[in-house]
Design a binder for this molecule. Structure first.
Ligand code: ADP
Ligand code: MG
Length: 354
């Protein structure tokens, strides 16, 4: 129940306007879960709708196991889609909603229902079959929508922000359920989300979009720690950008000289050092940096409450640093601390001219 999905320069423009999806190329391996991540309006749903066959691409190709699906009707693509709103049939029972596609396809009703029962069990709604769908909570509705999609035995499961209307606890339950379903059924999954934490939880790899362009297709870990550009670093919530110059593999800035991590080579010339604020350790009173870390003296310039954590901003000469500490840590504005930056967590991006 899985397939290789390949997008080849997929492009979509509506009414001759700027491309909503602009030459996106990527491959999703069988059984892999890809998250399409990006801000609102970045083209995520447009990519998904084109894959599903609900919209036709302006140009480019969509290949399933190497076969171009252009001209193949949505219901014949071996795909199923779940939207943010479950779109269940209100006049049918839970069981008949799940059995719907099979019944329409001509499977005898009893057989379709038996099959639907198994998928309901899979989404932990055993015994809910005879209920009207109007008697379900939001989380249960989305489970039914998932069961209905899976009952179609899709080779590619498409999810468009399926959990974003749920409250955080339910969303976490659904993430766990999706993990279990992936283990059991191993479909290829493409999930749209605007939430990078969700992408990090559910996906093997992430395609980061902005204004229809694929900025980076990579593991979550690399999107955070090895962003391909300043745009990627910012979209991933990066808060530290220190402008400087690379000479002979060493970045020089108000932070001092920071050497490229082992195995990485940094291009010579002007560039911006980026490092995740989560990686920065603050030592107060200041102590020398341990092996493998760069130590600088920094002054706390701002402190923002973040529930159990506090976000700290610091100045190092003309450069700005950020860090996160437990809320209980008594760091105050004006205080001098040592900031320790692991060299392995540093990377550089080249500013785009203009
Ligand atoms: P996302 O899902 O990332 O929020 P969309 O794919 O829905 O983004 O939209 C990308 C761009 O395409 C937006 O500028 C949006 O206004 C435009 N768009 C999407 N669907 C249509 C449509 N049916 N007609 C015209 N413009 C559309
Ligand atoms: Mg969308």
């Amino acid at each position: 129940m899985s397939a290789t999905l390949r997008l080849d320069a997929l492009t979509k423009s509506f009414d001759g306007r700027a491309n909503a999806v602009d030459a996106v190329s990527l491959t999703v391996e069988p059984g892999e879960c890809l998250a399409i991540l990006g801000p609102s309006g970045s083209g995520k749903s447009s990519v998904l709708r084109a894959i599903a066959g609900l919209d036709s691409p302006t140009s480019g190709r969509i290949l399933v196991d190497g076969t171009d699906v252009a001209g193949v009707a949505p219901e014949r693509r071996g795909m199923a889609m779940v939207f943010q709103r479950p779109l269940l049939f209100p006049h049918l029972s839970v069981l008949d909603n799940v059995a719907f596609a099979a019944t329409v396809a001509g499977t005898p009703r009893g057989e379709a229902r038996e099959d639907a029962r198994q998928f309901l069990a899979l989404v932990q709604l055993e015994g809910f079959g005879s209920r009207p769908v109007t008697a379900l909570s939001g989380g249960q509705e989305q489970r039914v929508a998932l069961a209905r999609a899976l009952a179609a035995r899709p080779r590619v499961l498409l999810l468009d922000e399926p959990f974003s209307a749920l409250d955080p606890e339910l969303r976490a339950d659904m993430h766990e359920l999706l993990g279990q379903l992936r283990e059991r059924l191993k479909p290829t999954v493409v999930m749209v989300t605007h939430d990078r934490d969700e992408a990090a939880i559910v996906a093997d790899r992430v395609a980061l979009l902005r204004t229809g362009r694929l900025l980076q297709h990579d593991t979550v870990e690399r999107l955070y720690t090895r962003p391909a550009s300043l745009d990627v670093a910012r979209l991933m919530g990066g808060r530290i950008e220190v402008a400087g110059v690379v000479r002979e593999g060493v970045h020089r800035s108000p932070l001092g000289s920071i050497e490229a991590p082992a195995g990485e080579s940094w291009p010579e010339g002007e560039s911006v050092l980026v490092v995740r604020h989560e990686a920065v350790h603050l030592a107060s009173p200041p102590v020398p940096a341990p092996q493998g870390m760069t130590g600088v003296t920094a002054v706390v310039t701002a402190r923002h409450a973040r529930g159990p954590r506090a976000a700290i901003e610091l100045a190092v000469g003309s450069a700005t640093l950020a860090a996160e500490v437990p809320a209980s840590r008594p760091l105050t504005i004006g205080q001098e601390v040592a900031a320790h930056i692991p060299r392995s967590a540093c990377t550089v991006v080249t500013p785009v001219p203009g």
